[in-house]
Write a protein that binds this ligand. Structure first.
Ligand code: NAD
Ligand code: MG
Length: 394
């Protein structure tokens, strides 16, 4: 029997992290949890440590690490507890780690995902913000080290599965005409524009089909999530912005499609359950049980399709524009969006002001291209400060 693969789950306490551990727990003969990381959810991380016995854990700061160490010692568990952003990158590159699940939310996940790419690890990429902020740098690093990059975002997993086996980024040679990203339309798909000024964070986080972390739930409600996914697709599949279409498909059964030159459209279908793309990325090219109920065609009802409404949901257009503008514009877009979404979730900004903060930040911060991680992170900081000023002025 072959040795189980060593897995590091970065962002283990989150929605994707927990779904990943659910799949891993079904296959102890294939996967071994080497490391788990979390930010501040110590209770949850402690419970996961009791269950999965990782050799390494990482948390936000020294105090959290000391408290976790004490609890582990009381429970008779031995694990090395690390802390701070540097610890995440260190964990991603550990020799015991074969595959890294990059499931931290936001640009905070970039340095560790990039460290995994530089170390040649198999990367299971949920953290789409890594590619939005540093698409070229990230793809170059993965290529140079020979990292296998497996998308976890359900749309990108669908596209990955709908492209020819071994697709290496040459869309023309593969006969690809369009990448078609499906979008559920989020909880406000049929809300009147006037009502959007009054929606609350809980309204925005009540997604019709998917259960996810709060930041991505708000992104789904503004359609910024789809915008970030357009940028993610550009880099993952090496296509031009004009080759990416967005189609609203409220049932979330078709997870995305590839349209070919000859008129064929390849699609991947499934229940809206993240364990499917997670299992696909973990085991690819094999298929493993993910605990997901099979799709029942007789109970699913109609599959419908609509054009996205860019008037009510300007974030999608802002993302396309940032991708067209190039340079650091996507990084600026992402930073401003993170600031605006956090302010909305904290009750300090209206839902309809999220695109306004993003647009103003794109106009107010230089988007000249940075050529390394430090440059991108400093641009990210600059955009955050600018966006915070805009939030305060709203
Ligand atoms: P979440 O909020 O549920 O979990 C985020 C995880 O990241 C937690 O473990 C948290 O402790 C950790 N974290 C947060 N801030 C951190 C920081 N500054 N430093 C270190 N760790 C930090 O988020 P999620 O919904 O699981 O999403 C994770 C990523 O996956 C996001 O990039 C999201 O866009 C992407 N994604 C999520 C889903 C989904 O179904 N939830 C689907 C597709 C893609
Ligand atoms: Mg998605």
């Amino acid at each position: 029997m072959t040795k189980p693969q060593g897995i590091a789950v970065l962002g283990a306490t989150g929605s994707v992290g927990c779904n990943t551990l659910d799949v891993i727990a079904r296959h102890p003969e294939r996967y071994r949890v080497v490391a788990l990381t979390a930010y501040r959810q110590l209770d949850k991380l402690f419970e996961l440590a009791l269950r999965f016995h990782p050799e390494y854990l990482a948390v936000a700061d020294a105090d959290a690490a000391a408290s976790l160490r004490a609890r582990l010692a009381d429970a008779g568990l031995r694990a090395e507890v690390m802390h701070g952003p540097g610890a995440l990158a260190q964990i991603a590159a550990l020799p015991e780690v074969d595959a890294v699940m990059a499931a931290i939310v936001g640009a905070a996940g970039l340095p560790s995902a990039l460290a995994a790419a530089r170390a040649g690890k198999r990367i299971l990429l949920a953290n789409k913000e890594s590619l939005v902020v540093a698409g070229r740098l990230f793809m170059d690093a993965a290529r140079a080290s020979g990292s296998a990059l497996l998308p976890v975002d359900s749309e990108h997993s669908a596209i990955f599965q709908s492209l020819p086996a071994g697709y290496a980024g040459d869309a023309a040679a593969a006969g690809v005409r369009k990448i078609i990203l499906t979008a559920s339309g989020g909880p406000f798909r049929s809300r009147a524009a006037a009502e959007l000024a009054h929606v609350t964070p809980d309204d925005a986080c009540r997604h019709p089909n998917w259960s996810m972390g709060r930041k991505i739930s708000v992104d789904s409600a503004t359609l910024m999530n789809k915008g970030l996914e357009v940028i993610e697709a550009r880099w993952l599949f090496n296509v031009q912005p004009g080759q990416i279409d967005v189609v609203v498909h409220p049932q979330s059964v078709i997870h995305s499609m590839v349209q070919y030159r000859d008129g064929s459209v390849m699609a991947q279908l499934g229940s809206p359950d993240m364990r499917t793309p997670i299992a696909c990325a973990l085991a690819w090219p094999e298929r493993i049980d993910a605990g997901v109920a099979p799709l029942d065609f007789f109970s699913m009802g109609d599959l419908t399709f609509e054009k996205p409404d860019l008037e009510r949901f300007p974030c999608l257009k802002l993302a396309f524009d940032a991708l067209e503008a190039g340079g650091d514009a996507p990084a600026v877009l992402n930073a401003a969006n993170e600031v605006a979404v956090a302010a909305f979730l904290a009750g300090k900004l209206r839902f309809v002001d999220i695109p306004r903060v993003v647009e103003a930040t794109l106009a107010g911060v230089s988007c000249a291209a940075s050529d390394d991680l430090d440059g991108l992170l400093s641009r990210d900081g600059e955009a955050r400060r600018f966006a915070e000023g805009k939030v305060a002025a709203c």
